[in-house]
Design a protein around this ligand. Structure first.
Ligand SMILES: Cc1cc2nc3c(=O)[nH]c(=O)nc-3n(C[C@H](O)[C@H](O)[C@H](O)COP(=O)(O)OP(=O)(O)OC[C@H]3O[C@@H](n4cnc5c(N)ncnc54)[C@H](O)[C@@H]3O)c2cc1C
Length: 376
């Protein structure tokens, strides 16, 4: 199969990009997913809820924060505010059907070969040649377990948890103290567990206003409500400035070895809230240049070493701006679509629709004014 544009991944970024291309008049593309639409969201722990609120604010120039396109709103479609992963996957699936997106499910991209005028993608079913390649593989399928020695063998990652009810035992240990670490701690403590959390960094005390660095208001509020709620049986003890470098197992116990040489012994399998890896880096490490795990991108979120290869979604970091939330990264889709059309003789963009995207804050081509400062 030959396609002008291939998007790898049918999550929030891939479906949002597909709708944007369709709305702007570009139809020569496909979206490939190794599983189904919204696969990552389907695999969230049952108890996890969106930290950004959904609200039907479209129509007043303020689209629902969790919408992946200008004219959709998960709050309106589902009639809910704090969505579960399964809710959001349903919204993505409905949006893909509404816009009749060409999504091919169960198409895992296994290999990408750089050719003279494009890229050859290998899936089990077929080979696909494309001129423009858009990585939307996200991070959730790629839990970061291996930066702690023994983490892969002895730890269970947040991304591998089906429900916090699956943990037996009164005491649980968590490594990592940002959004997922505090969320895991709260869920376990609400089930009556005594939770000990070790971390060398936490958004709980971060001073920056940017919610990509500071803990979100939702999790923060839940944490402080929990701390002052006398009725809850569980406990959360946080040890900051502790860095675990290794996990080993001896006589049915787990040893956590700190960077300053101490050993902490725990009864239950430690829960790793150590973040996720950019899927593009796993599948095609040679297509992007990385500095400290950050893909080096030009102004169009295109690889600086592979022409016509773009990155969208939470791994995008450009000019110091971290695009890890949906309301942030959705603003790059139209800019990329416009750039692809400019480079191709046979593609044109619906300028009226593009203006609408700009009016509705779904178009960001300059990151310089994106600093999230709060003077109050
Ligand atoms: C616990 C948690 C809570 C969050 N809460 C919020 C929130 O409240 N608000 C917010 O804005 N963001 C939130 N995020 C972040 C948000 O979920 C991500 O930014 C979003 O999922 C990224 O979308 P994506 O499309 O890039 O990736 P994904 O949704 O992960 O989609 C990637 C897709 O790529 C597919 N794929 C992977 N490898 C291949 C392959 N080789 N071939 C084909 N397909 C492949 C996967 O199956 C998947 O469907 C949260 C994240 C987590 C983990």
């Amino acid at each position: 199969m030959d396609k002008k544009i291939v998007i790898i991944g049918a999550g929030a970024a891939g479906i949002g990009m597909g709708i944007t291309l369709t709305e702007l008049g570009v139809r020569d593309f496909v979206i490939l997913d190794k599983d189904e639409v919204g696969n990552s969201f389907k695999n969230w722990p049952q108890e996890t809820r969106f930290i950004t609120p959904s609200f039907t604010s479209n129509g007043f120039g303020m689209s629902d924060l969790n919408a992946i396109s200008v004219d959709t709103s998960p709050a309106f479609t589902l009639g809910k505010e704090r969505l579960s992963g399964k809710d959001y996957a349903k919204y993505l699936d409905l949006a893909a059907k509404e816009y009749q997106l060409p999504v091919f499910t169960n198409r895992k991209v296994q290999k990408i070969v750089k050719k003279k005028n494009g890229y050859l993608l290998e899936t089990i079913q077929e080979e696909i040649f494309t001129e423009y390649l858009i990585f939307a593989m996200g991070e959730y399928s790629f839990p970061n377990k291996s930066w702690i020695a023994g983490g892969k063998e002895h730890g269970i990652h947040y991304g591998e948890v089906d429900s916090w009810r699956q943990f037996s035992g009164d005491q649980q240990t968590i490594i990592g103290g940002n959004e997922s670490g505090i969320d895991a701690a709260l869920n376990l403590a609400e089930l009556g567990k005594k939770v000990t959390l070790y971390t060398n960094t936490t958004g709980l005390t971060a001073k920056k206003a940017d919610p990509s660095i500071r803990l979100s208001p939702f999790t923060r509020q839940k944490f402080f409500d929990f701390k002052t709620n006398q009725a809850v049986k569980g406990e959360i003890q946080i040890y900051q400035d502790i860095s675990i470098k290794e996990i080993s197992r001896k006589a049915k116990k787990y040893n956590l070895i700190t960077t300053d040489g101490h050993t902490l012994q725990v009864e239950n399998q430690p829960i790793l809230c150590t973040g996720f890896t950019n899927g593009a880096q796993i599948l095609a490490p040679d297509l992007f240049l990385y500095q400290a795990d950050e893909a080096q991108l030009n102004d169009f979120d295109e690889s600086i070493i592979s022409p016509n290869v773009f990155l969208i979604g939470p791994s995008v970091c450009n000019q110091g701006v971290v695009f890890c939330y949906i309301y942030k990264f959705r603003q790059r889709f139209a800019m990329i679509a416009e750039e692809i059309a400019k480079r191709s003789n046979d593609l044109s963009i619906n300028q009226q629709r593009l203006s609408y995207y700009k009016d509705e804050s779904f178009y960001l081509d300059d990151c310089q004014n994106c600093e999230v400062n709060c003077e109050c």
